[in-house]
Design a protein. Structure first.
Length: 926
RNA sequence: GGGCGGUUAGCUCAGUGGGAGAGCAUCGGCCUUACAAGCCGAGGGUCACAGGUUCAAAUCCUGUACCGCCCACCA
């Protein structure tokens, strides 16, 4: 039975072969002595795989596969997030397309509908993740709305309530008039846009032609103004403080107040105060006891009931949305001659992060988490190193955010999500439960902040205060991020005390993008510490965002989205994964370039072909070398060398992956596999394999097999498919075992031999030099050449060692540099009709051919002399500097001295070659 | 307004105190029996700019310019 691989690697064919056979290895091993656990950042059920997911999950999979091979009991929990607002929006759009809406359906039917949608399409992203090759334990897949996690959410809510960390209050919150729900501060995105600054005259009461001019970007909110504020020390306005202004259009009288918040430099120095629709104004209003007038309803349309002093004007305004109202206000002001001027003005407008509708500050009762008592322990955990943020730079952002954190508004006025486990009694609480009339709002009741909720895990049957049986649940649902915050332990079974929770909490590492550092990571820390009494993860590895070639964030609207599945289909999943790893330098953006993927596809192909070469040469009896401490001195030089380099690579690879330096990991393996193993070792091994070194070819075959196998193991975490395919063929196991569960390479005592590396580097330099000379001499690659070697080392022993090494390695030099004969000349008898190359103290002479362009060569050599002179001068200057000799480290000085000597030698020999060349030139002319 | 990061070869980016690197692209030569998705060779950089610290700076400090990101309630 011989090992065989097809002539070309077909990723499409191979990739479908392995995933289902792997799944049994995705579960943690029994015993779980070295637990290593991670939770996937749950993608939204609405999502499909994008570059961000691909990067995030590739990095996680690399870690998991590495740790699993390295003997850990690995648990990687997958799952999805119910994504409240996003999902509700998707289903609502579907309903709209069918000419209906959620109000017509009613809450219960609507939620049914969402579940149905989720059952149909919610697993799309999971199958896409599988195509990427991720090794999650699918038997433990979770969904933030499944039964267990919903219980965890209620448990968390009840505990926070009992500990006094939850409260209801009516305040100005961020309201999305399209989603018709409150949003947390963090869910508002600020986008620069060009607007206007309107200067409006507010007539002073009792004066016929005097007014105060205010500047505003939102003229429509003037309908809800309850004051105008000026700076207390602003001399221009001293005389107006305390007087009344007549609010244009409405006619309401409002006071001029003094408040230090006002910047006299800005606009006119007079600020209109709308406590009902502006956060600053709200604060100022609180300080001065101003009325709060909510002029809008929940769709941000003018609400008639807001205006006590309704005039004729109100008919035209009622029901108009914010932007229409703005136009009307401006028109009306113009008509009354109260619009002084309009200036263009750039401002950052808050938008809903889900639908990009402009946010309206809106006063409603909401649930809040008292956040400071939770934030402090989380900061402490990062400060004292119980949680390590990698790269460290992000810790600054984390602290900055946590220090300024405000209470978290967690109630949402949507239907898809975890309904808040709070109930109200209609008997004893009736005074606080206003039946909603007039304006359209989504809930049947408006529950005043004074209402006393019954908070518990399950619905109560009777009121524990009055024994009433008419209870109803708070209609609001929780912020999706509330359930996400519990993810590291809710997925392990919390609040039940499961064995998994005991073994795998805290998780080892959380891998995520920085875009959800505050949304998610910080909140997991707070909730984990509060509810579990321990950090949710030891390390947080924050990776870059994937951008397009111009560095732009990929988005559908920009049309610059690259579909990972498309890339995987064209270049192969392994090539794609390798690209992501290679580009993911810490703290940087990843600019996705397709030519990189194509380049790494070539790498996959290279590995494939190196394997084919190996297979061609292996016999069935060729076992790999023992990986125990063993002597490899009996092997030939090339064999010893490749094992030494392999050992170095193993060491570097482990260091890189342990430090989350995925790009270093990829580059070390790329460098070793392609340039050392393929370019040099395979070429060198051909001699030995053919018995041309008078050796036992079997030893080399064993080395070949060993190195290929170790390379496959090292590469497997990044490139699972191709490595499995080759490993299966190499070991002829036909799917009965998997590379996934082989031990990850370890350093082997005795393999690393620096002196062997020095020797082989010398030989490869000699070969390079000869190739270089051939190329300059225009000797065709196929034509063998004769060379002369002179070693000019002044130390006789060293000279003999060098010459012995050259003689020993002569077959290799002859083969790799196409040399027909090597002549060892004495230093006195340097050949005349030749050009020279120098490696250390060794000079290589190649007889010149007619074809050679001597002038080009002369230019090149002169240039080289110049370069060496510059370097030499620098070294000599350093060595002449007393300060340098006094203060520099001894090894640096030694190195510099050695360098100077080498450069002197080199410049002498290059000058000699130059001289010879010039002689040749004059000969040619004759 | 505050904070963070970037500026290194034509392009994309590594490199954080002691001789400027990689991949791709370019140029020249090769179908050498694993691989033309390949092999061999070559060219190419005052490491943004200006100061400073140091025996020594791409690397540390200060400032400037440009680019990017995050946070923020100046209407």
């Amino acid at each position: 039975m011989t090992r065989q691989l097809d002539k070309t690697y077909s990723h499409k064919e191979v990739e479908v072969r392995w995933y289902s056979r792997w799944e049994k290895y995705f579960r943690p091993s029994d015993g779980a002595t070295h637990p290593f656990s991670m939770v996937i950042p749950p993608p939204n059920v609405t999502g499909s795989l994008h570059m961000g997911h691909a990067l995030n999950n590739t990095l996680q999979d690399i870690l998991c596969r590495y740790k699993r091979m390295d003997g850990c009991s690995v648990l990687w929990i997958p799952g999805t997030d119910h994504a409240g607002i996003a999902t509700q929006n998707v289903v609502e759009r579907q309903l709209a397309a069918q000419g209906t809406d959620r109000a017509q359906l009613g809450r219960e039917k609507f939620i049914e509908r969402v579940w149905k949608w989720r059952a149909e399409t919610g697993s799309t992203i999971l199958s896409q993740l599988k195509a990427l090759g991720v090794s999650c334990d699918w038997s433990r897949e979770r969904f933030t709305m499944d039964e267990g996690l919903s219980l965890a959410v209620r448990e968390a809510f009840v505990r926070l309530w009992r500990d006094g960390l939850l409260y209801r209050a009516e305040r100005l919150i961020n309201w999305c008039p399209r989603c018709k729900t409150a949003l947390a501060d963090i869910e508002v995105v600020h986008e620069e846009s060009s607007g206007h600054l309107w200067h409006i005259r507010y007539p002073i009461e009792g004066e016929s032609s005097e007014w105060l001019v205010v500047a505003t970007t939102r003229p429509e909110t003037m309908l809800g103004d309850t004051a105008v504020a000026v700076h207390p020390e602003d001399e221009r306005y001293q005389k107006f403080i305390g007087r009344k202004l007549r609010l244009p259009i409405v006619g309401r009288l409002i006071p001029v107040i003094a408040d230090p918040y006002v910047d006299p430099e800005f606009g006119t120095g007079a600020l209109k105060i709308t406590p009902g629709h502006d956060f600053n104004d709200f604060e100022i209003g609180q300080r001065h006891g101003l009325d709060i007038i909510g002029i809008f309803d929940d769709e941000a349309k003018i609400r008639a009931s807001a205006f006590a002093e309704a005039g004729e004007w109100l008919k035209r305004y009622t029901g108009k949305d914010r932007f229409d109202a703005r136009k009307l206000v401006v028109e009306d002001l113009k008509e009354e001659g109260l619009l002084e001027k309009v200036e263009p003005y750039g401002l950052a407008i808050g938008q809903c992060y889900r639908c990009h509708t402009v946010i309206e500050p809106y006063s409603t009762p909401q649930w809040f988490v008292k956040i400071k008592p939770l934030a402090e322990p989380a900061m402490q955990a990062v400060r004292d190193g119980r949680i390590k943020i990698i790269p460290e730079g992000w810790a600054n952002s984390f602290f900055a955010w946590m220090e300024n954190i405000k209470d978290w508004c967690i109630s949402r006025q949507i239907w898809w999500g975890h309904q808040i486990p709070a109930w109200y009694c209609t008997s004893c609480e009736s005074v606080h439960l206003r039946r909603n009339g007039g304006d359209s709002t989504s809930s049947e009741f408006v529950i005043s902040p004074e209402a006393k909720p019954i908070v518990q895990l399950e619905a109560p049957s009777t009121c524990d205060r009055c024994g009433g049986t008419q209870l109803f649940q708070d209609p609001d649902v929780l912020d999706t991020w509330f359930s996400s915050a519990l993810w590291p332990f809710s997925t392990l079974g919390w609040p039940k005390e499961t064995p998994e929770l005991k073994t795998f909490y805290p998780t080892a590492v959380l891998v995520t993008g920085f875009d959800i550092l505050f949304f998610w990571v910080a909140r997991m820390m707070m909730m984990g510490l509060k509810l579990m009494g321990d950090v949710p993860f030891r390390d947080v590895y924050i990776h870059a965002l994937v951008r397009d070639l111009e560095g732009q964030k990929m988005s559908k609207s920009k049309g610059n989205v690259i579909d990972p599945l498309d890339v995987m289909g064209r270049y192969g999943t392994d090539a794609f994964r390798f690209t992501l790893a290679a580009l993911s330098a810490m703290g940087r953006d990843v600019k996705m370039a397709e030519d990189r993927v194509s380049g790494y596809q070539n790498f996959v192909n290279k590995l494939w072909n190196a394997s084919r070469f190996t297979f061609m040469n292996l016999d069935d009896q060729d076992e790999p070398l023992s990986l125990e401490n063993n002597s490899i001195k009996q092997l030939n030089l090339a064999d010893q060398w490749i094992l030494s380099r392999l050992d170095y690579t193993v060491d570097q690879a482990r260091k890189a992956i342990d430090g989350y330096r995925f790009n270093d990991y990829a580059h070390h393996l790329y460098q070793f596999t392609w340039h050392e193993f393929c370019d040099w070792y395979l070429e060198m091994s051909k001699l030995s394999l053919g018995g041309k070194l008078g050796n036992e070819p079997q030893k080399t075959r064993q080395v070949l097999r060993t190195v290929l196998e170790q390379v496959l193991l090292l590469l497997h975490p990044i490139m699972p498919f191709v490595t499995e395919e080759i490993w299966q063929a190499l070991n002829q196991v036909d799917g009965k075992s998997s590379i996934m569960v082989q031990p990850y390479p370890k350093s082997v005592a005795g393999w690393r031999q620096p002196e062997v590396e020095v020797q082989v580097t010398f030989i490869t330099e000699i070969i390079r030099t000869i190739r270089n000379l051939r190329s300059e001499c225009n000797v065709s690659p196929g034509r063998p050449v004769e060379i002369f070697v002179v070693d000019g080392d002044r130390d006789a022993i060293r000279r003999e060692q060098t010459l012995k090494l050259l003689r020993d390695q002569e077959p290799t030099i002859r083969s790799l540099a196409r040399v027909s004969s090597v002549e060892y000349a004495g230093s006195k008898s340097r050949p005349k009709n030749a050009i020279t190359g120098v490696v250390g103290s060794t000079e290589i002479f190649l007889p010149v051919s007619e074809a050679m362009n001597l002038e080009e060569e002369e230019t090149r050599l002169s240039k080289e002399v110049g370069k060496i002179q510059v370097e030499l001068a620098r070294a000599q200057k350093k060595l002449a500097n007393e300060e340098f000799l006094k203060k520099a480290k001894p090894e640096v000085i030694d190195k510099e001295k050695k360098k100077a000597v080498e450069l002197e030698d080199k410049i002498r020999t290059v000058n000699l070659s130059l001289k010879r060349l010039q002689e040749l030139q004059s000969q040619r002319k004759d």
